[in-house]
Design a protein around this ligand. Structure first.
Ligand code: NAD
Length: 287
């Protein structure tokens, strides 16, 4: 392997735990190499205890920036000098940029998801969407969809701790955007059927469909799926969840979470380098 690391090479990094399974180093290092950018991306096993020191090192080591994943996205908000509008509304940061010593926290998970819709030629601007889930991934997508101009979002979640926590947050997001957002119980199948009938997109943003719940689906009645409905999943392992499979069999356009993963990385890359990630080079390595 040719050594391309020099005294000028800049560092970008991911601070998260667990981290060794992450494909982000592959994504970013492939993109750096393809564009001849003198930088590397490394994964550091960092939990909330070490987060403040890790974030300090972005300044101290004059890094280009960093990504954050579990369990650091919410806590990192406290350590930022500024927040993007999306990061502020979501209350979580997955990308940090640095400009003249000032750290700005961004959240590119939602933009990643919105961009992934272009791959299946689906446009939900000015339309209604229904999303199952109210955790971190769901919140990021709800905020970005609302900022981008989705007209109405109906959120369905089971009555657990997420349900209670998200109530106020959804009201806050709705007040700060032009989007009508309502929360419903996932067990209310009649209401779900009515909202899906009015929606252009149905999205699963829960872990239902991946291990250890890989046989399960977030909805039970698939008669609500129609061919002109787009159906997406944030899960990408397996590539096709049972939910996506059932939707596909009913003629819906479907998309898994790989696009969201890829494009959240692309958005971070573009913020750090000012250059577009070469998607055609990067995509095959994660497919
Ligand atoms: P989270 O823990 O913040 O939220 C979990 C959500 O799932 C909550 O709404 C919870 O109520 C719901 N839930 C959990 N078990 C359920 C069940 N049995 N039935 C119904 N609802 C249930 O998690 P998160 O960070 O939002 O992640 C959710 C999923 O999104 C995970 O599968 C994760 O891998 C995926 N994800 C994908 C990407 C991507 O880039 N594609 C990014 C982030 C997260």
């Amino acid at each position: 392997m040719e050594n391309t690391i020099t005294g000028h090479t800049r560092l970008t990094a991911l601070f998260a735990t667990p981290i060794r399974h992450s494909v982000s180093p592959m994504i970013h290092n492939t993109a750096f190499q393809a564009l001849g950018i003198d930088a590397v991306y490394l994964a550091f096993e960092i939990g909330t205890d070490g987060l403040e020191r890790a974030i300090d090192s972005i300044k101290n080591l004059e890094m280009m920036g960093a990504n954050l994943s579990m369990p650091n996205k919410i806590l990192a908000v406290d350590y930022m000098d500024e927040l993007s509008e999306a990061a502020r509304l979501i209350g979580a940061v997955n990308t940090i940029t640095i400009d003249q010593g000032k750290l700005t926290g961004h959240n590119t998970d939602g933009t990643g998801f919105m961009r992934s819709l272009k791959d299946i030629e689906v446009d939900i601007i000015d339309k209604k969407m229904t999303i199952i889930g109210a955790g971190g991934a769901a919140t990021a997508i709800i905020v970005q969809a609302a900022l981008d101009g989705v007209k109405e979002i109906t959120v369905y979640n089971r009555k657990d701790e997420f349900y209670e926590k998200i109530k106020e947050k959804l009201a806050y997001i709705s007040e700060n955007t032009n989007c009508i957002i309502t929360l419903h119980e996932l067990s209310d199948e009649n209401s779900l059927a009515k909202d899906v009938a009015e929606s252009a997109l149905l999205l699963n943003a829960t872990g239902v469909g991946m291990k250890p719940l890989e046989k399960q689906t977030p909805i039970q009645d698939f008669s609500i799926i129609r061919p002109d409905l787009a159906v997406c999943d944030v899960i990408y392992t397996p590539r096709e969840t049972e939910f996506l499979k059932q939707a596909r069999l009913r003629g819906a356009k479907t998309n898994n979470g790989l696009g969201m993963l890829l494009y959240q990385g692309a958005a971070a890359f573009e913020k750090w380098t000012g250059q577009e990630m070469p998607i055609e080079v990067v995509k095959p390595i994660i497919e």
